[in-house]
Design a protein around this ligand. Structure first.
Ligand code: G3I
Length: 348
């Protein structure tokens, strides 16, 4: 039987996987217990699932994941308290049901801002109090940077931002900090953190918040990467840059797509993927884990955005860009949970 991934890296960082509750059972559950020492919810802890209606919290699915982590002595990441996607509309409607972003009257805008910040506080507080003894790492905000934002600072102009400026970020971190367990860490999570423009926007924001005393412990790097992009140097520079602020780094959503962006052309089925692609992928995995291990004191956890090739969000992308046909294969276990060349390359 294949040796546990987590054991191979236990001196450097945690090895995690993103999961849906149904994956806790059966073979995926067994693979999880054997190879990983950290888990995160792929979807069920996002705002739309946790508080679909104001004041109506739904913890049922999230609780299953928390219980599994507890029973199997695994670390738990929480993804995500605040995000612009998978968030219900009610957050951004005023008491009369009007869209707060459309408000032009300065007095009413001020009132709306207060209302939304109160909602942020309630959302964060309710969740953090419930899970404070279980969660080790919190994604407090996700994807607040947008390279193309018209403000030129890369601040994503989501409704959160349009209504509160960057105060929603501050309030989210400050509220979380008031209630989290004493060893828990608070992260700002984003994708493409290796790309210089985006990295620097994120750096400037984080530095500014830290200067204001906002309690940020680390940066989550999603790492949805490809066979040839980004470069190892870009990855290394980004980890170092945030470490220079005294922050921890976590790799939070790792997958290595076989495809470029958009993912065209894609192989139509798993069987159609030639072995040579898996070998290239193994080489890539080998290089990035060598980098992670070398920077081990700056990286506390490496989480894959899934377990095995039978379940990956990348299939949706491959299909979307390929007229409904396309299969990706981003992990180190294949569609039957067997080890791929990438598994052996990172165990070496
Ligand atoms: O639950 C419904 C189901 O009832 C319905 O039949 C089905 C029909 O499409 O949709 C199901 O919901 C889907 C959900 O995943 C659960 O499978 C949503 O349509 C789908 O949009 C959603 O996608 C998730 C995506 O975030 C949402 O933006 C992916 O699974 C999830 O992997 C992805 O994760 C994000 C991270 O949170 C943040 N970073 C990027 C990453 C990849 O996009």
């Amino acid at each position: 039987e294949a040796a546990p991934l987590e054991e191979r890296y236990k001196d450097s960082f945690n090895i995690g996987a993103a999961i849906e509750p149904h994956q806790l059972e059966g073979i995926s559950g067994e693979v999880l217990k054997r190879h990983y020492n950290s888990i995160v919810a792929e979807n069920v802890m996002k705002p739309i699932n946790i508080q679909p209606e104001e004041g109506k919290f739904n913890f049922e699915e999230a609780d299953k994941i928390v219980k599994f982590a507890r029973e199997n002595d695994m670390d738990l990441r929480f993804h995500t308290l605040i995000w612009h996607s998978q968030v219900p509309d009610w957050f951004f409607l005023d008491k009369e049901g009007n869209k707060m972003v459309d408000e032009t009257d300065p007095k009413k805008r001020e009132k709306n801002k207060k209302l939304l910040l109160k909602r942020v506080e309630t959302h964060v507080k309710t969740i953090v109090k419930r899970y404070k003894d279980d969660v080790d790492s919190w994604d407090v905000v996700n994807e607040v940077i947008d390279d193309y934002a018209p403000n030129g600072k890369g601040l994503r102009e989501s409704p959160w931002y349009q209504i509160t400026g960057t105060d929603y970020i501050k309030v989210a971190f400050e509220t979380a900090d008031r209630f989290v367990g004493k060893d828990a860490k608070l992260y700002i999570n984003d994708y493409n953190t290796e790309v210089e423009v985006k990295r620097d926007h994120l750096y400037n924001l984080v530095k500014d918040l830290l200067d204001q005393g906002v309690p940020i412990d680390g940066v989550g790097h999603q790492a949805h990467i490809q066979l040839g992009w980004p470069s190892l140097q870009q990855m290394e520079d980004s980890f170092n840059k945030f470490a220079s602020l005294g922050l921890d780094n976590q790799v939070t959503e790792l997958d290595v797509s076989l495809y470029g962006w958009p993912p065209r052309p894609a192989y139509p089925t798993y069987d159609a993927i030639p072995e040579s692609e898996f070998d290239r992928q193994a080489e890539r995995y080998d290089q990035i884990f060598e980098l992670y291990e070398r920077l081990g004191d700056k990286i506390s956890s490496v989480t894959f955005w899934g377990i095995a090739d039978n379940h990956t969000w990348l299939d949706d992308r491959a299909r979307e860009f390929n007229n409904g046909v396309g299969k990706d294969a981003p992990f180190v276990f294949d569609i039957n949970y067997n080890t791929k060349p990438a598994y052996w390359s990172i165990m070496d």
